[in-house]
Design a protein around this ligand. Sequence first.
Ligand code: SF4
Ligand code: SF4
Length: 109
Amino acid sequence: MTDPTSDCVSCGACCFSKNPRYLALSPWDASRPLPAGSLFAEGGQTFVTFDCGQCVHLQLGGGKAVCGVYEDRPEACRAFRAGSFECVKARRANGIMGEKVRDREGEPA
Ligand code: SF4
Ligand code: SF4
């Protein structure tokens, strides 16, 4: 990470989306042991479940956003670079800790 303002663990913005088909698995993910219960298939494509506007694997708490499957995270997540154009766009659209996406009532972050 080269941009000190793009600290992923204190951000998590790119792990939020109101689009339930935001995160599709690629052929490179076939060997990754992602929990079957966190995935769904539609139209011949497999997606990671997004509940309430965030990835089902995102763990929020103590001011941190942690990926619960970091070692096995999908290829699309690996390709998403901190400080990139897409990163800045996600931070602007979703807010830090997804504050612009999620329902803040009762959230632990
Ligand atoms: S939006 Fe950027 S800084 Fe935030 S978690 Fe994603 S890659 Fe990291
Ligand atoms: S798998 Fe991990 S890195 Fe990818 S969107 Fe979900 S929480 Fe974020």
